[in-house]
Structure formats: C-alpha cells, structure tokens
Design a protein around this ligand. Structure first.
Ligand SMILES: *Cc1c(COP(=O)(O)O)cnc(C)c1O
Length: 229
C-alpha cells in the first residue's frame, strides 16, 4: 500500500517533467487514476495520498467499488465501452464518460441523466488507429457527431479521447496523439468550447503530454500490473 502513494508521487513528478519539457504549465494536465480490476482498498489508499479522480471500465465492478467508497468525495469517470442497456446506471453514477462514440448512446445518457445532477461531462472517443480497435468513431465522422452531441441538453461535451494501438517508439506514439490533437483543434476552430484532450496511459503519457494532453489515464503505473483472472 505504501507503494501506491510512492507510485502516485513518481507519476505526478514524471507528468510535471513532461509538461515542463513541452513548455507547458504543470497544472494543465490532470491525472485520472484508472482503478479497474483493483480493489476498493487500493482506491482508498490513493485517495488518502491526495488523488480525487478515478476511472473504471466495467460498470458492475465500478458500482460495487462506489458502494464501498461512499464516504469519499471521489470524482468517478467511466472509460469503458458503453452498451445501450447500461446507459442509465452510467448516467446516474458517474461525473464523466470518456467513451461516447455513437449518437444513440449520447442521447440515452442525456435523457437518463438525473435532473438534480450537473450535466454529464463527456468526451467523444476517436478510433485513430483504424482496424486495431473496435471502439471509437472514425476521424472523418468526428465533426458531425461532436456537433450533434454538443446540442444535447444534459451532456456537456468537453473534448476527445483515444486509445492508440500500443507502440514502443515515442515518435510513433506522438504521431497518433498529434492526430487526435489536430481533430481537437479543428473542432475548437468550428466553435465548440472544448477543454479536454484525454490521452496517454502508463506507457505513453509523456508523449501524450508533449502533444497537448490535458488528462492522462493511468492505471498500472500507480496500482501495479493488472490480473484479469
Ligand atoms: C485500462 C485503461 C487505461 C489505463 O491503462 P494503463 O496502461 O494501466 O495505464 C487507460 N485508458 C483506458 C481506456 C483503459 O481501458
């Protein structure tokens, strides 16, 4: 458990280093701790070390963790595939959804967002690596979908998210992130008030920060290797 606190410290230091190297202010990049597959006790330890934003990919697992951690003021983000029969509990329990990639899903989330809560904060997930991933809208459909989602009353479209194909070469990593950044800049030029570029994971967050990430989603570098069994 002591390692979670020191891992967090190391990740925050590395994020700050990457920001400075890119000529950016260190507070421009927010850390989202990805706690999927890890127990609630790990989340509690990270919270005690100052972390407030956590992300989950599987709804049932997330709901169980939320119940166990009700006493903590955690900001929960959903980053997994959104199935249309799961939109209601997602709209009711999360602050953010990073993985919106269809209008039908966005419409359901908007209708089902409880009126006593602030709008659901959303990112549009983009499939920047083509065939490799089945999730995400293709780059040529981003603009139309973003404008449609921006009109929904109970969602607030904040920006774009992507999970590029894994690459070891930092130059390849940066090329993928630069593509997402270019789409993001295009949408802002089209008048959408976006402020979030959700990109970068444990193995590539430095490249993502170099290309303009405002939120990095980091799991294993904080909590250790995941065991899916
Ligand atoms: C699991 C996951 C992460 C975190 O991955 P790590 O390599 O553990 O940092 C980030 N984003 C998404 C969408 C994920 O599913």
């Amino acid at each position: 458990m002591a390692t979670i606190a020191s891992n967090l410290q190391a990740v925050r230091a590395a994020m700050a280093g990457a920001a400075v190297l890119a000529g950016r202010a260190t507070d421009e990049v927010s850390l989202l701790a990805v706690s999927k597959t890890f127990p609630a006790a790990f989340v509690r330890t990270a919270f005690q070390a100052g972390q407030r934003r956590f992300a989950e990919s599987y709804l049932q697992e997330a709901l169980e963790k939320m119940a166990a951690l009700q006493d903590l003021a955690i900001e929960w983000h959903f980053i997994g595939p959104v199935q249309s029969n799961k939109t209601r509990p997602i709209a009711e329990n999360f602050c953010w959804v990073h993985s919106v990639d269809r209008l039908k899903i966005a419409e359901r989330l908007s209708v089902q967002r409880p009126v006593n809560l602030p709008p659901l904060q959303c990112c549009l997930q983009v499939n920047i690596s083509g065939e490799v991933s089945k999730s995400g809208v293709s780059p040529d459909e981003v603009s139309q979908l973003a404008h449609e989602i921006a009109r929904l009353p109970n969602l607030q479209l904040r920006g774009l998210m992507a999970v590029p194909a894994p690459a070891d070469d930092p130059l390849v990593q940066r090329t993928d992130f630069a593509m997402l950044r270019a789409l993001y800049d295009q949408l802002k030029n089209e008048g959408l008030p976006l402020d979030t570029l959700s990109m970068g994971m444990s193995h590539d967050f430095a490249a993502a920060i170099a290309e303009g990430a405002t939120m990095v989603r980091i799991g294993s570098a904080i909590f250790g290797e995941r065991d899916y069994d």
